[in-house]
Design a protein around this ligand. Structure first.
Ligand SMILES: [Cu+2]
Length: 232
């Protein structure tokens, strides 16, 4: 996963409560890993300097030190056990959001090579055009949103970096997931990408994400609805 290569600060800020959790797990892994690296480097430096070659200054030679062996077995096991436990708890909390009643349902349709976002309760749809004409997924802050994903042709992957979460979209196999949008308002152009190579214009399968306060979101829905009615 590409997100593993970049520290969380290099990405758009997390815009879901689940993304905040994922960032916390990432940071915990990062800082624990750095602590282990620092410990090993300090030990190597200490031994290199303290026991550099001098005539009679050999370190004391100890074999089979049970306390040391127990310590260096148990400490890493405890660290890994804690990380696995924290990850399991967070992942099941992320999955539990699917059981909540959503405030908003968005039907996401991926196709070569664009996205369509339909808001079935409002009866509107935002569709991207070719190449530069990227659609914007508009979401209300402080709400639970359920995404229903469908592909019209090949495998795509729905990835909003600010969600810290991607979801493959397999043709013929609609899927769904829910997130809780937090109160981070903003406009994130190009925050959404197709993360599964899907042919010639895969690179242009991008979309913007905009998070509005709930009242402005309702106003936006109203505008879209009336412009759709004007068109027809
Ligand atoms: Cu794609």
């Amino acid at each position: 996963m590409i997100i593993a290569a970049a520290p969380s600060t290099a990405l758009d800020p997390p815009i879901t409560k689940q993304a905040e959790d994922i960032d916390k797990i990432w940071d915990l892994n990062l800082y624990l890993g750095l602590a282990v690296v620092a410990f090993v480097v300090l030990l190597v430096l200490f031994v290199t300097i303290r026991y550099r070659r001098r005539d009679e200054n050999l370190p004391s030679q100890t074999r089979y030190s049970l306390p040391v062996q127990i310590t260096y077995t148990l400490v890493p096991l405890a660290i890994i056990g804690a990380l696995v436990a924290i990850t399991f708890v967070s992942v099941s909390a992320i999955e539990d959001v699917d059981k909540k009643t959503p405030d908003l349902v968005v039907d996401v349709t991926a196709f070569q090579w664009q996205w369509a976002f339909a808001y079935p309760e409002a009866g509107i749809e935002v569709v991207g055009g070719p190449a530069d004409d990227t659609p914007t997924l508009v979401l209300p802050a402080d709400s639970t949103v359920q995404f229903n994903l469908e592909s019209l042709d090949v495998v795509h992957s729905f990835w909003i970096t600010a969600f810290r979460f991607k979801h493959d979209i397999i043709p013929g196999s609609p899927s769904t997931f829910s997130v809780e949008i937090n109160d981070q308002l903003g406009d994130f152009p190009n925050a959404g990408v197709c993360a599964e190579y899907c042919g010639l214009d895969h690179a242009f399968m991008r979309f913007g994400v905009q998070v509005l306060p709930p009242d402005q979101f309702e106003a936006w829905l109203g505008e879209q609805r009336s412009s759709t009615e004007d068109d027809s």
